[in-house]
Design a protein around this ligand. Structure first.
Ligand SMILES: Cc1cc2nc3c(=O)[nH]c(=O)nc-3n(C[C@H](O)[C@H](O)[C@H](O)COP(=O)(O)OP(=O)(O)OC[C@H]3O[C@@H](n4cnc5c(N)ncnc54)[C@H](O)[C@@H]3O)c2cc1C
Length: 458
């Protein structure tokens, strides 16, 4: 990897006293995330690495590093837990990794909110707020490794989203405190709709050091598995659970062909039945069981979080969303995945056509979530990778059938999401990162091409 001519001695002099990692092996490890779920991204990103990792222990040190980066024109990629899927935390053109994980303190827990530093692990944060009988509204299934800042800068929603919506929905994230990349860094606090300026911006427009999130009273979630002979009936059961008066935190419908990947759950998810994995509140359990029975579903597991831990059973959330891909990859590295959104109301004919056309190349699972109050259905089908051309052929077929595809095999924000550059985020980038040093090449294909031309292909 060729770095532009950077005066590293000058930079190091300015960050003197702050922890630096320069061992090439450790730097390489910290330059990776979960991009390798995509064989396409694996080809383009696996050799990309930073020059150094810098590990500030508080916001004052973050400001010192931001200032030095601006002065010496050093590219900077912020890293939380490094669990992102699209190479979000992989430096395309060298520079430094800013490891944010030592900023890990809770600052305040109030009635309905928590303020904390951005490098806290999501699981740790959820444990802290549980001590006050509250809980996070949503989290990624990677909660034990992911940071809360990384979730907001790189993620979208996940477990809990069927109840509370996605991160971008009003009121879920209450404020972000951001350090700008300037010789004299400023602190900008974003609140309300302004959160969108930095949410899902892949750390391209400022360093989040603190944040405030909404909380809910804690619920004793029970992990449930319901078995069905017919996959479509499982989806209909999932739809029936999408009710405001139900206490539901997760609904995930999983094809029976996933069963061999979930060996630990073989007693609850046999290979001749499709499964609905769910997290259900105590007030809804009786009705949930009655609804399952009325649709021919068999409840094979209903267990509290505490009992689950005692018995060493895999939690429902590790059988859902993108943890499905992880479970499959543990057995066979040739699996990858797609990300699909369905038009509402859900019409199963698209999925029926896909299953008929692609057979064992594709295993379906469906995830329910809310966006702006409305229920939505997503799928992250597991796909047996043979070639890039074939992957896009299947992906295009979903689009022909009226579905939306969020491309998981590209590393820029624009290509992966709405296919356009977000003007609000770009305007904020001019303010928070005037030299274009933050995670260069991640906003759009055009920016990536320009950055690679400037810094060299590596
Ligand atoms: C098996 C699996 C399941 C997953 N499930 C979900 C899911 O359900 N929902 C979901 O949304 N995602 C999911 N993800 C993706 C990812 O785990 C989450 O988005 C996670 O919250 C990212 O947190 P992190 O600390 O690992 O972020 P990182 O990977 O370290 O960073 C993510 C992005 O945010 C930037 N960033 C990190 N910290 C900061 C900061 N303080 N300031 C500015 N920018 C920053 C980074 O530069 C990078 O671009 C999943 C991934 C895997 C592998």
């Amino acid at each position: 990897m060729t770095d532009r001519k950077i005066n590293w001695d000058g930079f190091l002099g300015d960050v003197n006293g702050i922890e630096i990692i320069d061992d090439p092996q450790r730097v390489r490890l910290k330059s990776r995330d979960y991009f390798w779920y995509s064989p396409i991204l694996n080809d383009v990103l696996r050799k990309r690495t930073a020059k150094l990792v810098v590990v500030p222990k508080n916001e004052a040190e973050v400001i010192t590093v931001a200032s030095a980066c601006a002065k010496w024109k050093v590219p900077i990629t912020v890293r939380g837990g490094g669990t992102g899927n699209y190479g979000q935390a992989v430096p395309l053109v060298g520079g430094i990794i800013l490891d944010i994980t030592r900023l890990d303190r809770v600052l305040e827990i109030g009635d309905g909110f928590v303020r904390c530093e951005a490098g806290m692990l999501v699981e740790q944060l959820d444990k802290e707020v549980h001590k006050k009988e509250q809980e996070l509204l949503m989290w990624p299934s990677t909660r034990s490794q992911a940071t809360i800042g990384g979730f907001i800068a790189g993620g979208s929603g996940g477990i809990g989203s069927v109840r509370h919506g996605v991160l971008r929905d009003d009121g879920n994230v209450r404020s972000l405190r951001i350090v700008t990349l300037e010789e004299e860094p400023r602190i900008i606090t974003l609140e309300g709709p302004d959160i969108q300026k930095a949410h899902h911006a892949y750390g391209t427009n400022g360093i989040i050091t603190e944040l405030e999130l909404a909380l809910q009273p804690a619920v004793d979630w029970h992990h449930a598995v319901v078995l069905f002979d017919d996959y479509a009936e499982g989806v209909r059961f999932g739809e029936a659970l999408c009710r405001d008066d139900y206490d539901i935190y997760l609904i995930s419908v999983v094809d029976k062909r996933f069963s061999p990947f979930y060996r630990q759950l073989k007693d609850y998810f046999p290979n001749n039945k499709h499964a609905v994995f769910s997290m259900v509140g105590p007030t809804t359990i009786a009705q949930f069981k009655a609804d399952a029975a009325s649709r021919g579903g068999e409840v094979s597991l209903m267990i509290s979080d505490d009992e689950l831990v005692q018995e060493g059973i895999t939690p429902s959330y590790e059988c859902a969303w993108n943890h499905t891909t992880l479970q499959a990859l543990k057995s066979d590295r040739s699996w990858t995945y797609l990300q699909i959104a369905y038009p509402q109301p859900y019409d199963p004919t698209a999925d029926q056509a896909i299953m008929a056309e692609f057979g064992d190349e594709l295993y379906l699972h469906h995830e329910f979530a809310r966006e702006r109050g409305d229920y939505q259905l997503f799928a992250l089908p597991l796909l047996k990778f043979s070639s890039k051309e074939r992957l896009y052929q299947i992906s295009n077929r979903f689009e022909e059938l009226g579905c939306g595809v969020f491309d998981a095999h590209v590393y820029t924000i624009a290509e992966g999401g709405m296919k356009v550059v977000d003007p609000v985020q770009m305007a904020f980038k001019h303010e928070a990162d005037p030299y274009g040093l933050m995670n260069p090449g991640k906003t759009s294909r055009e920016e990536a091409d320009a950055v690679l031309a400037e810094y060299g292909e590596g």
